[in-house]
Design a protein around this ligand. Structure first.
Ligand code: TYD
Length: 207
């Protein structure tokens, strides 16, 4: 029987720096002999990428946004995540459902109970095995975004939105400490890299 693959997700506010670390994470996991599938949300399939373009650039009701996130996720799980896990591959997803709890529930006040229903519907019992949460103070995130390329809809939000977002992510991590590793993104890049590397080493040595 093929061993079940691992499912690792990366989370954090815009500007927390998670995307910078993806190439090194892929290399590290490949070096352990794993086949890596790297993907992202919203997106990861042709249809879900079309939904991403709408989600990132068009204003809409927060619940419409939640429903479209889960519609994209349904495709993504069906076409990419579930088959890869079944093959025994290691899936790395740049964001997953924790982002919906943080952005749509935490920052935009969509009731958590509604997200719970969609999560059960769309995911069944699929959950990440490990989530790296890149955490930085709001001021740092806003500073980085101000220097970055043209912002999308979420990246144009103000400090109050980002404060709620950060708190929601940290609250999720507190609820499930066995799954989450909080990475301190507010230090020199080499130190962040080392924290990420150690988290991955520890995960694979015990899973
Ligand atoms: P992001 O992952 O930051 O990509 P990039 O680095 O290209 O900007 O962009 C995705 C955006 O979508 C991000 O602002 C968070 C938002 N998002 C949600 O609001 N809810 C979700 O469930 C997901 C997956 C993402």
């Amino acid at each position: 029987m093929v061993k079940k693959g691992k499912f690792i997700t990366l989370e954090g506010m815009d500007g927390a720096g998670k995307s910078t670390h993806i190439p090194a994470i892929i290399d590290q996991i490949k070096a352990l002999g794993e086949t890596v599938v790297c993907t992202r949300e919203p997106g990861g399939t042709p249809l879900a990428e079309q939904l991403r373009a709408i989600l990132l650039h068009q204003a809409m009701h927060a619940e419409t946004e939640t429903l479209l996130m889960f519609a994209a996720r349904r495709e993504h799980i069906e076409q990419v995540i579930a088959p890869a896990i079944a093959r025994g591959d290691c899936v790395i997803s740049d964001r997953f459902t924790d982002a919906t709890y943080a952005y749509q529930a935490g920052a935009k006040a969509v009731p958590i109970a509604k997200i719970n229903v969609l999560e059960t519907w769309v995911q069944g019992d699929l959950q990440p095995d490990m989530t790296l949460l890149f955490d930085v103070p709001v001021a740092v995130s806003l500073e980085r975004l101000a220097l970055a390329r043209t912002p999308d809809k979420f990246e144009r939000e103000g400090a109050d939105f980002f404060e709620k977002l950060r708190n929601a992510y940290l609250a999720r991590a507190k609820q499930d400490p066995a799954r989450f590793r909080i990475i301190n993104g507010n230090q020199a890049l080499a130190a962040v890299k080392e924290e990420v590397k150690v988290s991955i080493e520890e995960f694979f040595s015990t899973n």
